[in-house]
Design a binder for this molecule. Structure first.
Ligand code: 13P
Length: 258
């Protein structure tokens, strides 16, 4: 076999799959992961356990849906291809059957604005798609409808899918959506959660547009709604200050000892 291409990305996918398992987002062979490459994408193989998966097992697919190698690509390659085709902000896709997101998807319940972190998925709620059989074109289509303006959605009677600008961010979002699904579930068990209004959520979305960004990373003239504290120059270290006191700038150099 010739040496596989995109070796760093293949290793990244395998690491993500193992982390996904350790985080309790997936079990057994459930779920799949992909990452964009020039002319197509890399995707986990179908029906392979994550523990024994190796970088060379990751399957390369092209943009017309053909694959290379002896292992079949994930049966959900259509969902991955559809996201990578439709969403230019997607570089990596993660699909999981995580417990709480999947439980909500079986109740066909979207996650509403019960917590401000819902905005992490790009909007005021996280939708649940209409049901379609796994691996079908129809599932890819209903998923895209649920993902409109979002980076994550639940898949009816199935699980959850999300994407990000790289593998790490896609996994972070999957973890966040599963945490939100659990919190929403718990809140519903205890009563009727109070939802944030559309106006509250618009403020949250504006704040997230600047969240974690240093002033130099924001466009000029941008008024940061988070109003971060003022930055001051760091004081010179004590040692520097002592040296400066001992040796004034215009002091004559000491003669060398013989
Ligand atoms: P694959 O093993 O084919 O990726 O399928 C797993 C799955 O979760 C289908 O939805």
């Amino acid at each position: 076999m010739s040496r596989p291409t995109h070796i760093a990305l293949r290793r990244g996918i395998v690491t993500l799959c193992r982390n996904m398992r350790a985080l309790g987002l997936n079990h057994g062979m459930a779920g799949n992961v992909s990452a964009r490459v020039a002319g197509g994408f890399l995707i986990t193989p179908s029906a392979r356990a994550y523990e024994s998966m190796q970088p060379e097992d990751i399957v390369l697919m092209d943009n017309s849906g053909r694959y290379e190698g002896s292992l079949l690509p994930s049966s959900e390659w259509r969902m991955h291809a559809a996201i990578l085709r439709a969403r230019k902000d997607a570089e990596a896709v993660v699909h999981v059957h995580s417990p709480y997101a999947t439980a909500l998807s079986c109740l066909r319940l979207p996650i509403p604005s019960f917590h401000y972190m819902v905005a992490k998925a790009g909007g005021t709620n996280i939708r649940c798609s209409a049901y379609a059989p796994f691996g079908s074109d129809e599932l890819a289509r209903t998923m895209l409808v649920a993902l409109k303006g979002r980076r994550a959605c639940l898949l009816a009677n199935h699980g959850m899918i999300c994407f990000g600008p790289d593998l790490d961010h896609a996994l972070l979002l999957a973890t966040e959506v599963e945490a939100l699904a659990m919190q929403y579930w718990l809140a519903r068990c205890a009563g009727r959660p109070v939802l944030l209004s559309a106006a509250d959520m618009q403020l949250v979305l504006a704040r997230f547009s600047a969240y974690g960004k240093a002033p130099q990373e924001l466009p000029e003239g941008f008024v940061n709604p988070l109003a971060p504290p003022q930055r001051r120059a760091a004081p010179a270290s004590k040692r520097d200050a002592t040296r400066r006191r001992r040796a004034p700038v215009n002091a004559r150099p000491r003669p060398k000892r013989r």
